[in-house]
Write a protein that binds this ligand. Structure first.
Ligand SMILES: Nc1nc2c(c(=O)[nH]1)N[C@H]1C(S)=C(S)[C@@H](COP(=O)(O)O)O[C@H]1N2
Ligand SMILES: [Mo]
Length: 445
């Protein structure tokens, strides 16, 4: 599990750049999107802080003396043909949870959400979920077959797919089991492990609707698709035709380049808003059918137990959810003063309508600032101005999506679903900031 040292950036939290008067005013009134004057004031104060730094220049050797890198020749252009992160960022990596690793091949690696910015996950930090390991496929030998209830079954080479009209869209990908350990009384220590089976990319590919059209789909009888992967796990999932025709893609591109092997190179299914397991990697076949297949990956697995003992099966959409990524579990606030609380919100049913933040465990909520562009079935970044004076604080975020659905509290979710589930936990997450500045995962209700 992660240690404090794994958590990066927040250790270097900036000094408060707001004036004492402004801090007092923020504490009295708060800052939210309805108080633009105060925000403008804060920006002015930040600018003033740049003009009047808190450390006198003469006292800081790092600004007074020229460092070695300013006095020497840089590295040659060809040193790094494929760019790599700075060596100083070496601890920002995907991590495995010992508790969730069954074998080296059937496992998960989690995205370090606590260290990321904006709405896109760097491809090298995209979480991985493999049922039977990942494979390096020779694209010249990869094929996609479209069969079943179609006039003409078709087989495409990668070259043929790359010649077709493509679209590029930004979407999140969340494993249905994300946040699954929180169903029990296990408060997993860091956001990497609570929410890190979540990533977002710009995907490029051919709309599934176009391929089905080419094959001459039998519109009278067709109801579902079976998607099959080329890895040894025989991953097969039933996809609703509605989702498939709406915005699903047969994707080869991820963040402007070909997919990474771990994420399905050279071809994967992208089913926006739908749980990760349906985004079949190393996609080799789409079969059109008239009823669900009840394959092992949907009959034996990906089923939740309801309080009355019935099964919740063929769940698909990832409901609206949000989480504060910094400050978050395992981090430590080293100084009192201003912090921009930041996190992510998303909904498998549309766009993020609003995000609210509570600093008192859900008694009072104030609007957070939502950063654009706000795209459907994508991650939306939010920020919230907060001044910490050393008091114990319960930080939470809550999203409402474009359908009007609001993210439930843990008590509300468990009230409906019980505690015997694995999948689809979208409850409000609580981080407790102690008076020592340490942040811990706590479960309320
Ligand atoms: N062929 C194949 N596709 C697969 C899987 C797999 O093991 N094999 N895992 C699924 C699961 S459970 C998830 S959550 C996503 C994870 O995608 P990622 O590894 O790109 O994050 O892929 C899905 N597609
Ligand atoms: Mo998954």
């Amino acid at each position: 599990m992660g240690t404090e040292a794994d958590q990066g950036h927040l250790q270097l939290a900036p000094e408060s750049f707001l004036s004492t008067d402004l801090i007092n005013e923020i504490q009295r009134e708060g800052i939210d999107s309805g108080r633009r004057t105060l925000i403008r004031g804060a920006i002015a104060a930040a600018t003033a802080a740049i003009a009047v730094p808190s450390v006198r220049a003469a006292d800081d050797p790092d600004i007074v003396n020229l460092p070695s890198w300013t006095r020497s020749l840089g590295k040659p252009v060809v040193a790094n043909p494929y760019g790599q992160p700075s060596p100083f960022e070496a601890n920002i990596v995907r991590r495995q949870s010992p508790g969730l690793t069954r074998t080296d091949q059937s496992s998960v690696s989690f995205t370090p959400l606590q260290n990321l910015f904006g709405m896109i996950t760097p491809s090298g930090l995209h979480f991985e979920r493999h049922h039977q390991g990942w494979v390096d496929i020779d694209p010249r030998r990869h094929r996609l077959m479209i069969n079943g209830l179609v006039k003409t079954p078709l087989v495409f080479t990668m070259e043929e797919l790359l010649r077709m009209p493509s679209v590029s869209r930004i979407h999140f990908l969340e494993c249905g089991a994300n946040t699954g350990l929180e169903w029990g009384n296990v408060a997993v220590p860091t956001v990497q492990y609570t929410h890190g089976m979540l990533s977002a990319s710009e995907f490029t590919g051919v709309p599934v609707s176009l391929l089905l059209e080419r094959a001459g789909i039998d519109r009278q009888r067709a109801k579902v698709l079976l998607a099959e992967g080329a890895d040894g796990s025989s991953m097969t999932r039933t996809i609703n035709l509605e989702n498939a025709l709406d915005d699903a893609l047969v994707a080869y591109g991820q963040n402007g380049e070909m997919l990474r092997p771990e994420n399905g190179y050279p071809l994967r299914l992208v089913v926006p808003g739908v749980q990760g397991v349906s985004w079949v990697k190393w996609l080799r076949r789409l079969e059109v059918g008239d009823e669900p297949w009840a394959t092992k990956d949907e009959a034996a697995h990906y089923v939740d137990m309801m309080p009355d003992g019935t099964h919740r099966q063929y769940t698909s959409i990832q409901e609206a959810k949000s989480v504060i990524t910094a400050p978050s579990g395992g981090q430590k606030l080293l100084k009192h003063g201003y912090y921009s609380v930041t996190g992510l919100a998303w909904s498998g049913r549309g766009t993020v309508e609003k995000v609210e933040v509570s600093v008192d465990g859900g008694r009072n909520w104030r609007p957070a600032r939502v950063e654009g562009p706000v795209l459907p079935k994508a991650l939306t970044r939010f920020q919230y101005d907060w001044v910490w004076q050393g008091e114990e604080t319960l930080l939470q975020s809550r999203v409402t999506d474009s359908t009007g659905y609001a993210q439930p509290s843990r008590a509300e979710l468990i009230g409906v679903r019980g505690t015997r589930s694995i999948y689809h936990n979208n409850a409000i997450q609580t981080w407790r900031v102690g008076s020592d500045g340490e942040v811990h995962n706590v479960q309320l209700g």
